[in-house]
Design a binder for this molecule. Structure first.
Ligand SMILES: [Fe+2]
Ligand SMILES: [Fe+2]
Length: 273
């Protein structure tokens, strides 16, 4: 059994500052880390799929570095549109193989338990939309051809339209080319991403894309194109991607905060009168 926890869109701010005046992203990211650290069994790895920082600012990456150092499991990161890949490389030294990419992109492949994790860099400096580029897609194609281990691909921007217009306009520009590469490799079992700050499931090629909620604010679910969007403080959550040979990859949504329970199914279970 292999277990990969995915948290995303932390949007860490300088100490004491909220995000968009409302979302206490630093506190909420800390609570998400504590929830992941409390998992039993522990995940074999934690992947953070971008927007680690919010503006970005060196002070924010100081906060990200402190948060990452608290995570018990091995941590892997990739950049989102709010990140600076350069600042990530300077600050998050030793957090995954983040210096291996080519052409300034932060892409890499690692074997974790029974699966392979491929991290891609869809960030475009100074722009909110995403793009992988021909060179990175060629690297992805060659990397997928090199091993038939069950593979999960992680990137920030979803390679599918979500129906939420203001987010789709800042989606992945070369999603069709990405899907074409994925379609050539049957051992791609999951595409996991972030960016849209809510749980969304879609098809990409032959496989399934899961979009992970943020550890902080979520994007309001609204299918009407109003020319702008809103955020909403729905419950922060994360994904647990569970692999076993008999079940393949199964992705579970897990909430950061606690709820009443767990309760026994039978009220008198374990109770002596
Ligand atoms: Fe984000
Ligand atoms: Fe984003």
């Amino acid at each position: 059994m292999t277990l990969i926890a995915q948290i995303t869109d932390l949007h860490v701010r300088p100490s004491g500052l909220a995000c968009y005046r409302v979302s206490e992203t630093n506190m909420l990211a800390r609570r998400a880390v504590e929830a992941v650290n409390a998992l039993d069994p522990q995940p074999d790895a934690v992947i953070i799929t971008g927007d680690l920082a919010d503006t970005p600012d060196p002070r924010e990456y100081g906060g990200v570095q402190r948060l990452v150092s608290l995570i018990k499991a091995p941590v892997y990161v990739l950049p989102g549109n709010h990140d600076s890949a350069t600042m990530m490389r300077e600050t998050l030294i030793g957090v995954g193989p983040i210096n291996e990419g080519e052409n300034g992109k932060m892409h890499y492949a690692v074997d974790i338990g029974d699966v392979r994790l491929i991290a891609l860099d869809s960030s475009v400096p100074g722009a909110p939309h995403g793009s992988l580029g021909e060179a990175q897609l060629a690297w992805l194609d060659a990397t997928l051809a090199a091993s038939t281990r069950p593979t999960l691909i992680a990137l920030h921007h979803p390679p599918a339209l979500t129906g939420i217009a203001h987010m789709d306009t800042i989606g992945l520009a070369d999603s069709a080319a990405f899907s074409a590469v994925v379609s050539r490799h049957a051992h791609v079992r999951r595409v996991m991403c972030g960016h849209v700050h809510r749980a969304i499931i879609a098809s990409v090629g032959h496989t399934v894309m899961t979009l992970c909620p943020s550890t902080a604010h979520q994007v309001h679910l609204d299918f009407v194109d109003r020319g702008h969007g809103h955020f909403i403080m729905e419950p922060p959550a994360f994904f647990l991607h569970h692999y076993a040979p008999e079940s393949d990859v199964v992705s579970h949504l897990a909430y950061v905060e606690r709820f009443p329970g767990p309760f026994p199914f039978f009220a008198d279970e374990g109770v002596s009168f």
